[in-house]
Design a protein around this ligand. Structure first.
Ligand SMILES: NC(=O)c1ccc[n+]([C@@H]2O[C@H](COP(=O)([O-])OP(=O)(O)OC[C@H]3O[C@@H](n4cnc5c(N)ncnc54)[C@H](OP(=O)(O)O)[C@@H]3O)[C@@H](O)[C@H]2O)c1
Length: 315
């Protein structure tokens, strides 16, 4: 089958011919209709999980998928052939990813019926970013009427988080790299700050002299940059990093709960995400649809920055 992956750790993504995977015990075979692209994909290919899980090369990249169940191995109960599903899969060993015509997924993992109200091509953009946004809302215990500053609000996780938070009555301050005001307002942001045009601290202090209630920082990889953003949180607030940049002990001194968030993908979280999409105003922010054989270029663009929502790959 056609696939896209790397031949070695840190290798350049390329179109590959890979063996079509066969479902083992408890696994279903899914024909991939679309694969969502996440920064996680190239981080895994760079070796992010090397200390935790063995790698198998050539490594087919990709974690998010939406598609149609084509069959199952022994001991499969949840899905039958023909069902439309979406999900998030990290194989063990790493290397049987979703940038391919087929993927096998353990039924006990993060796979659920696809939301009925959107096409599979859109559903493929939802799993990782949408589950992360829902998980962050849970772990930071964000409540209505609170103010939430999101750094990197225009990207994949940020656009889901903005929508979920606004729908729950939070006042979202969206920090972006570029002129994203109309787009972020449409997702529910109360205020959008282009940090290349305006000093973020000035903009936040103007509206919140004592600081915002909560920060979710999706952009700062360094503890120093995160700490500059956390300085905009009021004492007793909460500050979340998705990049392990929160110095939890330093924040504790100001009564701020620091959280280094790690996604806990599950079927239950995916099902909640599907319900949010089907029942409410949650839009999957698809930025581009790209044929699978152009995935190497799409990965390079994602790595270079500038994401405005989700890219999906079409086998
Ligand atoms: N820990 C976890 O479980 C978990 C889960 C999901 C995602 N993540 C990580 O969280 C990060 C965000 O994920 P994503 O899928 O949303 O990525 P994405 O789609 O690439 O979006 C990131 C967005 O943040 C913007 N940005 C970065 N730094 C910024 C800053 N200082 N101020 C304003 N905007 C800034 C980027 O704009 P420019 O590119 O123009 O700078 C881009 O629009 C990634 O590093 C991802 O790997 C972690």
């Amino acid at each position: 089958m056609r696939a896209v992956g790397v031949r070695e750790r840190n290798g350049r993504p390329e179109v590959l011919q890979a063996r079509q995977p066969e479902p083992g015990e408890g696994e279903v075979l899914v024909r991939v209709v679309a694969a969502g692209l996440n920064p996680l994909d190239w981080k895994i290919a760079e070796g992010m999980l090397e200390d935790l899980v063995p790698y198998d090369f050539p490594l087919v990249m990709g974690v998010d998928f939406a598609g149609v169940v084509e069959g199952g191995g022994p001991e499969t109960y949840r899905f039958t052939s023909g069902e439309q599903v979406f999900g998030h899969v990290v194989s063990e060993p790493v290397g049987r990813g979703t940038y391919a015509e087929y993927v096998v997924v353990n039924e006990a993992g993060s796979i659920a019926r696809a939301p009925a109200s959107i096409p599979l091509t859109a559903a493929a953009g939802a799993p990782t970013a949408g589950m992360a946004a829902l998980g962050i809302m849970d772990s930071a215990a964000l409540r209505s009427y609170e103010s939430l500053l999101i750094i990197g609000a225009a990207g994949g996780v940020g656009t889901f988080l903005t929508q979920l938070a606004a729908a729950r009555g939070l006042r979202v301050v969206a920090a972006t790299h570029g002129h994203d005001q109309p787009r972020m307002a449409a997702f529910g942001a109360a205020l959008t700050v282009d940090v290349r045009e305006r000093d973020l601290a000035d903009a936040v202090r103007e509206e919140y002299p004592r600081g915002v209630d909560a920060l979710v920082d999706l952009g700062s990889a360094s503890p120093e940059e995160f700490a500059r953003h956390a300085a905009l949180v009021r004492d007793g607030g909460v500050a979340v990093s998705t990049l392990d940049a929160a110095s939890v002990e330093a924040l504790y001194g100001r009564g701020i709960e620091g959280i280094n968030y790690h996604i806990a993908a599950s079927a239950e979280l995916l099902e909640r995400l599907g319900e949010e999409i089907d029942s409410g105003p949650l839009t999957v922010p698809i930025e581009t649809e790209v044929p699978l054989d152009q995935a190497p270029g799409a990965v390079a663009r994602n790595r270079a920055g500038g994401a405005r929502g989700k890219t999906v790959l079409l086998p």
